[in-house]
Structures are given as C-alpha cells and as structure tokens.
Write a protein that binds this ligand. Sequence first.
Ligand SMILES: *Cc1c(COP(=O)(O)O)cnc(C)c1O
Length: 223
Amino acid sequence: MSIVENLRLVQNEIPSHVKLIAVSKTKPNEAIMECYEAGQRVFGENKPQELTQKWNDLPKDIEWHMIGHLQTNKVKYIAPFVSLIHSVDSPKLLAVIDKEAAKNNRVIDCLFQMHIAQEETKFGFDYAELAEFLDSGAIDEFKNVCMVGVMGMATFTDDVEQVRGEFHDLKEIFIKIKQKYYASEPSFKEVSMGMSDDFRIAIEEGSTMVRVGSAIFGERVYL
Ligand SMILES: *Cc1c(COP(=O)(O)O)cnc(C)c1O
C-alpha cells in the first residue's frame, strides 16, 4: 500500500474533532511531500535537528509539532517556527521555551507531558508534581508560552484494557487541571494521545490529537 492510501485509511477512522499529526521522524522529504500533496499539513518530529532541517526544506504552510523529549539546549533551534511542543516535561524546560519564544517575538503553544505509563523510562509530570508547579504561580511569569492541554503515552503492551485505563487516566487528569487552573481559558482543550497501534482506543477515551507514524509511513528503520 502507498503512503497516500495508508493516510486515507487512517483519516477515515478519525472524527473531525480530532487532529491527525502525521509523525514523519526518520522519513525522507519525499514521503512527507506525498502526504502534503494529499492535503496533510500537520507533521510531527522528535529530534530538533531533523525537525529544523525539514522545516527549512519543505513548504512553509506545514504546521510542525515537536513530539519527543526536548533538551533545553536544543529549544533555540525550533523556537522560530514550531507550532506546538507536546513534550513539556519540566518547569525548567518550560522556562527555556518561554525565553526562546520571547527572543523570536512569539508565543509558543505547549502541552504538559504527563507520565501515565507503567514504564519508568517515559518522561513526564505526574499529577502531584504538576499541581505543585501550577500552585506555585511560577508559570504566570511565562508570557511567551500558552499551555493548551496535555499529552501522554501509554505503556507498550498488548493489554488493551491497560492502555485504555491509562488513556482514561490522562483524560481525567486533563479535566482536573482544566477545572482547577484553566477553567477560564478556552484554549486549554487538547488531549494528545494515541499512536499507530492505539489511536482508536485513544479516540474512544477522549483524545483530541493523535500522533500516527508507522500506520502512514510504514515501519521505521533505525540505522
Ligand atoms: C514515534 C512517536 C509516535 C508515532 O509512533 P507510531 O507508533 O509510529 O505511530 C507518536 N508519539 C511519539 C511521542 C513518538 O515518539
């Protein structure tokens, strides 16, 4: 099956209120252009250098999302153009994004990455950590970031009910944070959850953004 056929199959399963982020990491510009010519405008990458190179090379009406763990010293590369950073996993990172956004006269939309999986290795806040940070009021100083919701990754497992439970937890966390800290901010509305193997479950559990790579572009080969 071609990339465009895969894209159409995925698009057909996504309701109109859910945004599809086509995850193009490790894939060449030609593959991205096939999707672009089929109308896809939102792409996700997880490495700042690769993201910056692709932004440079490809049409300027593409909306680029940073979805992977971001080191503070790399923020400067993507701050001029990135549309949404899904992976804000510490107050320190948010402070650097705010500073780099200000240098570029921009306000950068961001999501709090929440740790919902059982694996120790996945990045993200837990609810208590995030609540402590938000209670501190430190975020009010950051004028060049706009928090628009949360992101999370489920455990890598075949246990569908576990995955569903973790997505359910993320939605609950979103609702709590929204009510407590962002009740008067309509822009805080996104729940980024769901990848190739679990986006259908994520949508059932209230996802508003799915990040789908291999189901569109095929398996990735890491060299
Ligand atoms: C790679 C990646 C995806 C896409 O994964 P697929 O299984 O290929 O759909 C989604 N989210 C994040 C954070 C990723 O790193």
